[in-house]
Structure formats: C-alpha cells, structure tokens
Design a protein around this ligand. Structure first.
Ligand code: URA
Length: 446
C-alpha cells in the first residue's frame, strides 16, 4: 500500500490525510493540492482517493477546502487565456435537464446582440442530454477544437461551443469517473468544485448558471440546489469571475422537443421567432443577465429588449448559420430542417379523454428518449442523433379526446411502442383548469 509520497512538496502521509478528513478535520490548501497532485501522478491509489471522496462526502468540506480543491483541479491542466480578445467573454452552464437546448439558442442570440459567447460543453450522460451530442446531429459540425481554434473563432464569429478540452481540468475527468462508481456524486462541495473548475479553466469573465430543480434534474430538492448554487457563485467570484444564478424548473421537459436532432430543429425554430413560450422566456432571462454584464452598456431591461429585437429581426438566426458554417457544419439545416434527419418510425400518443394536462414527468420522458438510444449509459457509448420525442401538450394545456399529445421518432416499431407507453405514463390529467408552472424563479437568486 502507498502510505506516503513526496510529490515535489513536503513528504505527505496519505493515510493521515484520509483519516483526518474521515474525522471531520479541516485540511490545508497545501495538503489538498499535494494530495491531488499525488493522485494525478499515480502515487495515491484509486481506493485511497475513493476513501477520501467518501470522507469528504460524509463530513463535508469547508469553503476554504472546496476552494482549494477547485484550485488544485484547475492546476491539474491548462487554462484558457481569453484576454487577447480584449472583450468580456460570457458563458453559461446548466446542471442538466430534459429538452434543455438553451445553449443552442442563447449562444447565437447573445452573439447577435454584440456579446462574445465562448463555451466548453459536456456530452450527455444518462437521461439528460449534452449540448455536444445535439450539435453533432448537424452534418459535418466539429466539436473538437484546440484552444487556438476556439479563440480564433471567438475573434471571427463571437461564438464558439466546443467539447470540453481534455487538456483542461484532467483531474475532474478522473475524479468524476470515480465518484460515479463510489456513490459520491451527490455532494455539494464536490459538485461545486467540479463544475466551477471547468468554468474557470475555460476562461470566460461572466457565467450564467442555470440550476435546474425537479424530477428530471440532477437536483430534486430546491434547498440542495440553492446551496450548491451559492457555493458555485462563491468559488467563481474567488477567481474573479462574475457568476449569476437562475433556479429553473425541470418538473416537465423544457420546450417540446427531447432528443438530439429534434432539439436542434426546435432551437432553430426558436431563433426564427417561433419558439415555445417556456424556452423563449428562459433564454430571454439568461440573455438579459449575460448582456447586461458583457460591457455593452445595457441594463437588464435594455438587454432583454435587445434580445427580443434580435430574435424578431432574424439577426439571431443569421448568427446561428454563421456559427454552424464556422464549425464545419452544414448551414442549410437552418433553412431546411430535413437536413437534421429524424429516425424513420413515427408514432403519436393521443388523449383518451378531455381535460387539462396536470403533470408531465420530465424524468419519465427523459428515460423514454434515452431508451430509444438518444443518450449514453457509459462515456464513449455512441448516441443516436435521429431518435427523440416531441411533447406537444404541456402542463396547463387543455386537450380533447383523440388529440395528439406527443410524437416519437424511433428506429423500430417495437421501440416506438415502448416509448409511446412510457410517454403515456408520464402524463397526468385533471378535469379542472391547471396553471402552467413558472419557468424560473423571479430574477437571479444570487
Ligand atoms: N456536473 C459536473 O460537471 N460535475 C458534477 O460533479 C456534477 C454535475
């Protein structure tokens, strides 16, 4: 067993660090930095890091320890220096949800309003989709860019969304994989350090965090979501980043489309001024927060007006075309949706009685689309870009017997039947009128 190492710093007793965390003691920044360095250098075994993570999960980390962990994770790789752009760069991160295509709309929208939007995104895991997978349903679209190409594109187009670079925060890749198999994902400090290390390393000046709460979200509980949100804000600010938090509902899918190509189609419709109300409301709220901090001299209200004008005028849609072309994708998909191919077997779910939709469980919808092949169980698994669902009826909508509620796109009749049954189970109805739930809590929470 490895019990001590030097790791270029003072000799460190690995077992002692695990034991002190197990006993709820606070570790110094140097100790946390040395421990992570030693892990990355192969001097701390996976079982020792697993034990430490479990101790941190059970005993918690102080704010100082969480900041030290984030700093050590950032120092494990490169950081992107966006200062040569001479502009405020804005970014956005979502804690993940069902039908969450916000980045695909927000990026072109704020860039068309004069901001610079640079984002590194993850791939989807489990029932929540990933922006990179969605973008890869556009024929030819490149999501692997080196840092030079990322910065050049920001210079030329003011918009770039690429896959998370493996050179940035490699420690997070290893720690997250370990947390995933040791039941230590669901920890506030570990989650906050993981997310904010990647945001800080990617170099933006301002980040809007869309923290989702509800059945289809990483956080089911509002209290925990608010705790992590506040921690993320403190971590970002400690590194000189402006962090704005919006808490948003993920009880039902966002918009109508859930999948990959089908979500890109909906994002394009939204940029063309024909988006679903909840998606437009959320994107506009996030755009107002980002644009009012982007050095454009706009307050929040002026920023919201500018965003609405760019959606209306077609400027945001043109920016989407320009962006897709810059990343090697086929820009024709913006005017010809069929370029974004959907799976061939189409089935619809119909209402059996008159009434009002009282709930549409986001998790059940996400799992149904996942089972069609739109998501991945393990990193590296392929995803099917063409499968998906469109839930036309949302909470609060009145429906009549025989009316179409939802459509699925599948590779086989059998898969479509399973998905239709699952979507049927996701809906509940009421005879009484139901108010649609609010999309976001009013204003930023922190
Ligand atoms: N997303 C991340 O990137 N990290 C976490 O720890 C949880 C969600």
């Amino acid at each position: 067993m490895i019990s001590s190492c030097t790791c270029g710093r003072e000799a460190m007793d690995i077992v002692d660090l695990i034991q002190r965390k197990r006993d709820g003691k606070e570790l110094t920044s140097d100790e946390i930095g040395s421990f992570l360095d030693a892990y990355m250098g192969g001097e701390v075994a996976e079982y020792q890091m697993s034990a430490w993570l479990m101790a941190a999960f059970l005993k918690g980390l102080t704010l100082g320890e969480t900041r030290s962990l984030m700093d050590a994770m950032i120092a494990s790789g490169e950081t992107l220096d966006l200062s040569p752009l001479g502009r405020t760069v804005v970014d956005k991160h979502s804690t993940g949800g069902v039908g969450d295509k916000v980045s695909l709309v927000l990026g072109p929208l704020v860039a068309s309003c004069g901001a610079v939007f640079g984002k590194m995104s993850g791939r989807g895991l489990g029932h929540t989709g990933g922006t990179v997978d969605k973008l890869e349903s556009i024929p030819g679209f490149r999501t692997t860019l080196d840092s030079g190409a990322f910065i050049s594109q920001l210079q030329e187009v003011a918009l770039c969304i690429a896959g998370q670079s493996p050179e940035l925060v490699p420690a997070d890749d290893r720690l997250y994989a370990l947390r995933d198999v040791t039941a230590t994902v669901d920890s506030n400090p570990l989650t906050a350090a993981s997310i904010m290390s990647k945001k800080v390393a990617a170099g933006a000046d301002v980040v809007a965090l869309d923290v989702k709460v509800g059945s289809g979200a990483f956080f089911r509980n509002r209290g925990q979501a608010a705790g992590v949100a506040h921690l993320m804000q403190q971590l970002g600010e400690a590194r000189g980043m402006q962090v704005v938090i919006l808490m948003t509902s993920m009880e039902q899918p966002l918009g109508h489309a859930v999948g990959n190509a089908v979500e890109v189609r909906e994002a394009i419709e939204t940029l063309g001024g024909n988006g679903p109300g909840d998606l437009v409301e959320l994107v506009t709220a996030l755009a107002a927060e980002l644009l009012s901090r982007a050095g454009l001299g706009l307050d929040r209200e002026q920023a919201a007006q500018k965003a609405a004008a760019c959606l209306e005028s077609g400027a945001a849609l043109e920016k989407m075309e320009q962006w897709i072309a810059a990343q090697g994708g086929d820009p024709a998909c913006v005017r010809e949706p069929e370029v974004l191919a959907l799976a061939p077997v189409e089935r619809t779910l119909k209402a059996t009685t008159d009434g009002f939709v009282s709930s549409l469980d986001a998790l059940t919808v996400g799992q149904a689309v996942f089972a069609l092949g739109a998501g991945r169980r393990r990193r590296g698994d392929p995803v099917d870009h063409g499968v998906g669902a469109v839930v036309q009826a949302k909470v609060g909508d009145g429906v009549a017997a025989g009316q179409e509620l939802a459509t699925v796109y599948a590779r086989s009749g059998a898969a479509a039947d399973v998905a239709i049954a699952a979507l049927g189970a996701a809906y509940s109805f009421s005879e009484e009128r139901v108010e649609p739930p609010p999309v976001a809590e009013t204003g930023p929470i922190c």
